[in-house]
Structures are given as structure tokens and as C-alpha cells.
Design a protein around this ligand. Structure first.
Ligand code: NDP
Ligand code: OXD
Length: 314
């Protein structure tokens, strides 16, 4: 089918379906687009656009040709029951999120580098005592995950003057960034990191990766920024290391359970800054362009950009 073909597309997007439907209709005017609440013939659906879709939705999509995540993460798709084999699963790459991640991490890194965590406590205690301003180049930032988002964050923080290193599965070359690859280099990477940034995808390998043993490898007084997934960090271990003083602070956009339950110790912890999973939102314009282009590629028998490797989980 050519790109202008009358595809049948299904959208499930946690209440955001109408917005996506309008944008996709403008981009692919010949397609028929259904939101999950409308009447549709499941067997006629060619492509599904999903963000945390209802359980069991896949079962009836007998002739599906491509599944698109409406975010960068894909664990919500990969964990779905009845996921058809041999159908490409495609994620969004950047789609406006890299710039937002840069903004978020600049702010969070400066929070620690310029002692704003200290001054927040000082204000609460009515304490007006200036400290010497640190040299930015003396702050070693380590970015876990050098993909579409992590590599961009690493590059920008290096351009600001931080001493930046990065860690990924396969070796990367990024100008201005010292790179590490593979599980065997993780301890060395952590040992030279004052501010740890986590931008890994959630997979079987990364869940619970930052436990007490790993977080203890960070130098004393290190800080952590996590805007990937809460499941990456063992929360009780993080709390213990903050309370014993090994870690200086944590800047968290994500939690193991979201929304963060009331009464959770993160809410009022003096060393934790919290934001409600807002580090980077999908921008609908570049996202629909990517999806339409990938539909075109799948139609032509080409590999889509952002194809997920089901074996490794991202
Ligand atoms: P990518 O898939 O582009 O990059 C993932 C990176 O992680 C790659 O560098 C990859 O290594 C590395 N990686 C994966 N597994 C391992 C492992 N076992 N050991 C070492 N490195 C590993 O993802 P994105 O950059 O697009 O997104 C990252 C995550 O950010 C998303 O999965 C999502 O969870 C989160 N996110 C959060 C948002 C928020 O608002 N809080 C918004 C958007 C995304 P390699 O390069 O070798 O493949
Ligand atoms: C994503 C997210 O994965 O918003 O895109 O968390």
C-alpha cells in the first residue's frame, strides 16, 4: 500500500486519543483512525499506536502490521499479553524529548553543582551562610544510557563545562564525553561519578540495577538524577544511602509506583527533589511525522527507524 493508502489505525493513549487522532488524520488523510472507545473491526486494523493500552487489546488484532509506542519507553508494549510475533514494534526516537531532557538535566545538575540543595536546607533553618562556588569542571557527571536522550544530555552537559562520562551496552564515541561500555565497566564508571544520571530503558537487565551495592560504588557525597524509570533504583537502598550520608541527594522524576503513593518516604525526604514524570513529553508534531514515515517504510518492506529488539527489550 502506498503512504496515502486507506490504512486502518487504532489509538489507545490513556485519554489523549482525540489529540493523536486529529494529528494523525491531518498527516494521513486517507487513513481511517479509531480511538479505543470507538466501534472498529479488530481484524481490519493495520497499525496500532499505543501508550499503556488496556490489557488484552492485542488479542483481537489478528492482522496487525506494526505496533507503535507513543513514547520512548516500550515496556508497556513488550509486557502486553497476546503480543503478536513477527510484527515490528517501533518506539519514538527523540520526538522533541531530547531538548526537554537537556533542560531537565541542566537544572538538576546545577542544583547539586551550585549547592542549591544545601541552600534549600539553609533557608529552612534561617541560615544565611555563603559557600565557595565550585568549579564546574571539577564535577564529574556520569550518564547511564547513551541513546537518543542520554547522548544528547551528555553532549550538552559537556558543552556547559561538566566533566562528563557515559555508560552504554555497546561502545560509543561522543565528542567531549569519556565512554564506558558493558557490565564489566560499571563499577569503574560509578567510581568516578559525582552526579549520576540514569537514562536507561527499563529491561530485564536494568530493573533494580541501582541497588545498595552499585550505589555504594559512587564516591561519598555523590548525587543521583533519575528521569528514566523508577524500577531502575531499589528505593529502600536509595533511602538508606541518603540517610547514612553516603549520598548527598536525589533528583527524581520517576518512581517505582506512579503516581507516588501518599505517605511514601520520598515525599518529605529533605534530600529528595521530586517531579511528577514530566522530564520530557512527546511532542505530537515530530511524533506523527516519525510514525507516518515508519508506516511508509513498513509498507515498502523496509526496517522502521526505532525498531525495538524484542530480545534485549528496547
Ligand atoms: P534509547 O533506546 O535510545 O537508549 C537506551 C540507551 O541505554 C542506549 O545507549 C543503550 O545502549 C543503553 N542500555 C540499554 N540497556 C543497557 C544495559 N543493560 N547496559 C548498559 N547500557 C544499556 O532510549 P532513549 O534514550 O530514547 O530513552 C531512554 C529512556 O528514558 C526510555 O526508555 C524511558 O524509560 C525514559 N524516558 C523518560 C521520560 C520522562 O519524562 N521521564 C520521557 C522519555 C523517556 P546501546 O547504545 O549500546 O544500545
Ligand atoms: C516515555 C515517557 O517513555 O514519557 O516516552 O516516559
Amino acid at each position: 500500500m502506498p503512504a496515502s493508502a486507506p490504512y486502518k489505525i487504532l489509538i489507545a493513549a490513556q485519554g489523549e486519543e482525540q489529540r493523536w487522532k486529529e494529528a494523525m488524520t491531518a498527516r494521513l488523510p486517507n487513513a481511517t483512525i479509531y480511538t479505543q472507545d470507538e466501534n472498529y473491526d479488530p481484524a481490519a486494523i493495520d497499525f496500532a499506536l499505543l501508550w499503556k493500552q488496556p490489557q488484552g487489546m492485542m488479542k483481537s488484532l489478528a492482522n496487525i502490521r506494526g505496533i507503535f509506542s507513543l513514547g520512548a519507553g516500550v515496556e508497556h508494549v513488550l509486557s502486553a499479553p497476546f503480543l503478536p510475533k513477527d510484527v515490528p514494534i517501533v518506539r519514538l526516537e527523540d520526538a522533541g524529548m531530547a531538548q526537554q531532557m537537556v533542560e531537565y538535566h541542566m537544572y538538576a545538575a546545577l542544583h547539586f553543582m551550585r549547592d542549591f540543595d544545601h541552600y534549600m536546607q539553609a533557608q529552612n533553618n534561617g541560615n544565611w551562610t555563603p559557600r565557595d562556588v565550585a568549579e564546574i569542571g571539577d564535577f564529574r557527571v556520569g550518564v547511564m544510557g547513551l541513546g537518543a536522550l542520554g547522548a544528547t544530555v551528555a553532549t550538552h552537559l559537556a558543552a556547559m563545562g561538566f566533566a562528563v562520562s557515559g555508560w552504554s551496552r555497546r561502545m560509543k564515541a561522543i565528542e567531549g564525553v569519556t565512554t564506558f561500555a558493558g557490565a564489566e565497566t560499571l563499577d569503574e564508571f560509578l567510581g568516578q561519578t559525582d552526579i549520576l544520571i540514569c537514562l536507561l530503558p527499563r529491561t530485564g537487565q536494568t530493573e533494580g540495577l541501582l541497588d545498595s551495592a552499585r550505589l555504594s560504588k559512587l564516591p561519598a557525597n555523590a548525587a543521583i538524577i533519575n528521569a528514566s524509570r523508577g524500577a531502575m533504583i531499589v528505593e529502600e537502598d536509595l533511602l538508606r544511602l541518603l540517610d547514612t550520608g553516603h549520598l548527598r541527594g536525589a533528583f527524581l522524576d520517576v518512581a517505582a509506583k506512579e503516581p507516588l503513593p501518599s505517605g511514601h518516604p520520598f515525599w518529605n525526604h529533605p534530600k529528595i527533589r521530586l517531579t511528577p514524570h514530566i522530564a520530557a513529553a512527546t511532542r505530537i508534531g515530530p511524533a506523527v511525522d516519525q510514525i507516518a514515515e515508519n508506516i511508509n517504510r513498513i509498507d515498502k518492506g523496509e526496517a522502521p527507524v526505532g525498531l525495538v529488539d524484542r530480545e534485549i527489550g528496547y
